[in-house]
Design a protein around this ligand. Sequence first.
Ligand SMILES: Cc1cc2ncn([C@H]3O[C@H](COP(=O)(O)O)[C@@H](O)[C@H]3O)c2cc1C
Ligand SMILES: O=C(O)c1cccnc1
Length: 342
Amino acid sequence: MSFTISLPSDAHDALIQARIDSKTKPPGALGMLERLALQAARALGPEQPRVERPRLLVFAGDHGVSDEGVSIAPSIVTTQMVSNFLAGGASVNVFARQAGLPVTVVDCGIRVPVEDERIINHRLGAGTAAIHLAPAMSEAAMQEGLANSRRLIGTLKAEGTNVIALGEMGIANTTASSALLAALTGAPVSDCTGRGTGIDAPTLLRKKAVIRQALQRHQTALDQPETLLATLGGFEIVGLVGAILAAAEAGMLVLIDGFIVTVAAAVACAMVPQARAWLIFSHCSDERGHQLALDWLEAEPLLSLGLRIGEGSGAALALPLLHAALAFYNDMATFEQAGVTV
Ligand SMILES: Cc1cc2ncn([C@H]3O[C@H](COP(=O)(O)O)[C@@H](O)[C@H]3O)c2cc1C
Ligand SMILES: O=C(O)c1cccnc1
């Protein structure tokens, strides 16, 4: 599947920068908020840019490799957490509520589905194959996953959404993400792999061994980003990659969450580099490999809170900063209006 992504227009950059510089503050004094305002005004338009109907999408999927004991939790916890998201009780729900951000759960292929009509059904199977033994999924399943996300983003676009925030749930998905990151960047497995949910030292050794085995087994299939994604990814990671590419194609800003969503962003940008300009990096988590992934993307995260949770929690926490950037851009007095002379 090919995505046609334009770069946001830079035609108004001089106007946008002049407006930022006209505000009653020392030049550059709002730091990263100024860079965020420039990015957002480019993407959403220079005149009164506003966040419209923002939505947070949590993509869920299970991983065959979870049977190797690479997480603190068994895969049934994915299902239980999906129920928790629907009940509004998870960390992402609490922060999203504060930010006025509706949460939608997309089931991309958890092992034990939850019957609830609010869930968007993008199931590609009941969990992926264990990546150290077989490719995670077929190329066809991956293509179907990308198409599903593109359809969903099309619906949101038609409803007027111009900003989406992304999250995920899938026990063992830091294993898949670390494998993807190592394959994509060529960085050592030990630099790309962390404790995820908080595994102990012996489990971390096992997790790294599983990842090395997966990279070794599939080494001939890892040079193209799409095959790499099908071989080592997860159903929810495919959903994320599709959502990132489709949102960029539709001219939406995308709030990227923690390690897993950042790795999905890296894969998406390897597929279509123009996607990068539409992404806002919410935070740097404590997961080993997240900083490496952000560096590879030349991304400057807004927050560093020591989170290690995923779900979209950090993306929800970052939305108020996007509001703040647009509020100062739209509403702060200029030197002329306030009669301030420097
Ligand atoms: C109760 C619970 C809630 C979570 N919420 C997010 N994750 C996070 O943990 C998983 C990734 O870590 P690993 O690769 O070590 O399994 C993902 O599902 C992620 O979203 C959770 C994990 C648990 C156990
Ligand atoms: O940064 C993340 O997304 C993350 C880190 C640890 C566990 N789950 C998710």
